[in-house]
Design a protein around this ligand. Structure first.
Ligand code: GLP
Length: 265
């Protein structure tokens, strides 16, 4: 696991956007896995600014979002589809036909969504880089504690903590869905690379488990320890619970020296 501890949330956004830009320079038709929530917002703003300055283009890019609420229409502003349009897709040159979310609009049988989504990801050639946030309870996507570490895209019932922390996005609590379709933990682990962002002290306990805890379905993010190429970009506050912080900083300095000498592999 590459653990990069940065000064603040702005630095995390800058680093995350730079990594996406570098990937698209190497592979303009990359497949990106995208996340919602408040954490990646600043990174998306940065990518929009980069696009406006002509530093990056998304014309060949395909995207798959991690999750979506059951029962919301794509054009519902409270849906993750609405979020993605508002925060990113409406402001860049991406082909909307290549953007995907595991939509489960009213009338759709939720059980059918997961297998179709998995098939679409396979047809696109798999995900090159999966962006992730992390919930305070260690969830990734909407894989709540006790999710199978071998899970694929399916319906999950949200925990009361998750419902509470996401209630801020809903004007009327009665409109907040309690079910979501989410990529599974095995789906996320199938991405060639993973980049998890976490900022703020609210995330310190989850980050501690993710980096230093034992692999456990009770902290789903710990499954990333089994992945070959994971970068964890965190700010000082989110890193506050890490016991071996000095070591991670030292490793990073060494990595930078290697990069200067041999370039990126
Ligand atoms: C939601 C999303 C997750 C996200 C998490 C953290 O539950 N399904 O993908 O990582 O919230 O959100 P935030 O970044 O707002 O803390």
């Amino acid at each position: 696991m590459e653990i990069v501890i940065l000064e603040n949330s702005d630095a995390v956004a800058i680093e995350g956007a730079a990594r996406i830009r570098r990937l698209l320079e190497d592979k303009p038709d990359a497949v990106l896995g995208l996340a919602t929530g408040s954490t990646p917002l600043a990174m998306y703003r940065r990518l929009v600014a980069d696009f406006r300055q002509g530093l990056v283009s998304f014309t060949g890019v395909t995207t798959f979002n991690l999750d979506e609420y059951v029962g919301l229409r794509a054009d519902d502003p409270q849906s993750y589809s609405g979020y993605m349009s508002r925060e990113l897709f409406d402001h860049i040159d991406i082909d909307r036909g290549r953007t995907h979310l595991p939509l489960c609009e009213p009338g759709t049988d939720p059980a059918t969504v997961g297998p179709c989504y998995e098939e679409s990801i396979r047809e696109a050639g798999g995900i090159d880089l999966q962006v992730l946030g992390v919930g305070q309870n260690g969830h990734i996507g909407f894989n709540e504690p006790a999710s199978s570490l071998g899970s694929r895209t399916r319906v999950k019932t949200l925990t009361p903590e998750t419902l509470h922390s996401n209630s801020r996005y809903f004007d009327d609590p009665a409109e907040q869905p309690e079910l979501a379709v989410t990529m599974g933990i095995a789906t996320i682990r199938s991405a060639s690379r993973v980049m998890l962002l976490a900022t703020g002290s609210r995330k310190a306990a989850a980050v501690r488990q993710l980096v230093e805890g034992p692999v456990s379905a009770m902290w789903p993010a710990t499954a990333l320890q089994l992945h070959e190429r994971v970068a964890v970009l965190i700010d000082n506050e989110a890193a506050a619970g890490l016991e071996r912080r000095d070591y991670y900083d030292w490793v990073n300095r060494k990595q930078r020296q290697l990069l200067l000498r041999y370039g990126e592999s």
